[in-house]
Ligand binder design. Structure first.
Ligand SMILES: [Mg+2]
Length: 378
């Protein structure tokens, strides 16, 4: 294949909306209704384009103009490190040029082949701490359970609940009690077959984690995410305790400012699921890390909350990584971006058998965004 230069880069931010406002997590205030969706579109001299989520300054973009495609991405090595900020647009572009879905390209790089339609489990990540205005645990738990039912009716079968109410937003004991009531109510609402994940955003400590897991032992939790900031000693203790208690809950961690020792903890078997961000860590790094995690029998579940397109992009990695657990699904609709090629049913998202990521941009809306808040080069 020839090696065309990049001749144009357009960048702009669309604004999406969630079906309802996302509330607090254990650390942060209300996350809100709107979602910023920054997108870059790159064009080669042959007139082929690729686009995807991307944080990019105009100055940075300038350095890619005129660069030859093979220096930025190749099917054998993925995206070159200096081009990491353009990662998703480049994968889409490579898909458009080869006529292949990104998951096929990723699988090939991992030495795997894909013959069947790719369906990837996903979880509803929208169960935030939305109940702080409610004075009783019963009312708070009923609210979050109703949110889980909303997800269930929209095809979800796995649900992640934000917990850690006692870390900041409520007095400690009351917050813990509310967390337990919420977990129980969600389990009742979604039935025994659904997977339930909880995420404390580092708002627990070791003893609180054990207390919550003890009090919800009959709820069959799938994972506990970010119980506290990664600590090898404490995770070793928690992991051994979980085994002694006969629980099956997994320990998940890795978003945000993860410990540089996290992969050591995974290798040592005290962290069960790694959650590096699909964008900031990136698909190319994930390919390598996912293979390593497979070898250690550790699961992969990339984080992406709050940028909409991660719903679609993340699942492509599942074709290359055996231990891929879930796509994180943050339900958003963004005028200008058509994600309808990714239908969600029975807890799984079906990836489109279309070139690149199989997403489409509405030209007028994207041009408006580029003019209003972005840039177009040259
Ligand atoms: Mg999290």
């Amino acid at each position: 294949m020839n090696n065309p230069p990049i001749t144009a880069i357009e960048w702009g931010t669309l604004v999406g909306q969630r079906p309802r406002q996302a509330g607090c997590n254990s650390r942060l205030a209300v996350h809100g209704l709107n979602v910023q969706v920054p997108l870059a579109r790159i064009t080669t001299a042959e007139g082929i384009t690729g686009f995807g989520p991307c944080r990019l300054t105009q100055r940075e973009a300038n350095t890619f103009l005129g660069a030859h495609l093979n220096d930025l991405i190749s099917p054998e090595r993925g995206v070159a490190t200096p081009a990491a900020s353009l990662e998703c647009p480049l994968w889409d572009l490579l898909g458009q040029r080869t006529g292949r879905p990104v998951y096929q390209l990723l699988a090939q790089q991992a030495g795997k082949s894909v013959t069947k339609p790719v369906r990837v489990p996903c979880y509803d990540t929208s169960l935030y701490i939305d109940d702080l205005h409610l004075t009783t645990d019963e009312a708070g738990a009923a609210l979050i359970a109703s949110e889980a039912r909303f997800g269930y009716e929209h095809g979800h079968r796995s649900f992640k609940i934000k917990v850690g109410r006692g870390a900041r937003h409520m007095p400690l004991q009351e917050g813990n009690r509310r967390d337990v009531a919420v977990i129980r109510a969600v389990r009742d609402a979604v039935g025994a077959d659904a997977e339930i994940l909880i995420d404390a955003n580092n708002g627990y400590n070791l003893n609180i984690a054990k207390q919550i897991l003890t009090e919800t032992a009959d709820c069959n939790l799938f994972w506990l995410e970010e119980a506290f900031h990664e600590d090898g000693v404490l995770y070793e203790d928690l992991h051994a305790w979980i085994e002694r208690e006969g629980l099956s809950v997994l320990i998940a961690d890795g978003e945000g400012q993860a410990s540089p020792l996290l992969l050591d903890f995974a290798r040592d078997g005290v962290v069960d699921v790694i959650q590096y961000d699909i964008f900031s860590y990136g698909m190319t790094n994930w390919l390598e890390t996912g293979a390593q995690l497979d070898a250690w029998n550790v699961r992969s579940a990339p984080h992406h909350y709050g940028r909409h397109v991660g719903n679609y992009v993340s699942g492509h990695l599942a074709a290359a990584v055996d231990g891929f657990a879930f796509v994180e699904w943050d339900e958003v609709s963004t005028p200008g971006l058509d994600g309808s090629a990714y239908p969600l049913a029975e807890g799984q998202v079906l990836l489109p058998d279309a070139p690149g990521f199989g997403l489409t941009l509405e030209e007028d809306r994207f041009q408006q965004a580029v003019a209003a808040n972005g840039f177009a080069l040259p």
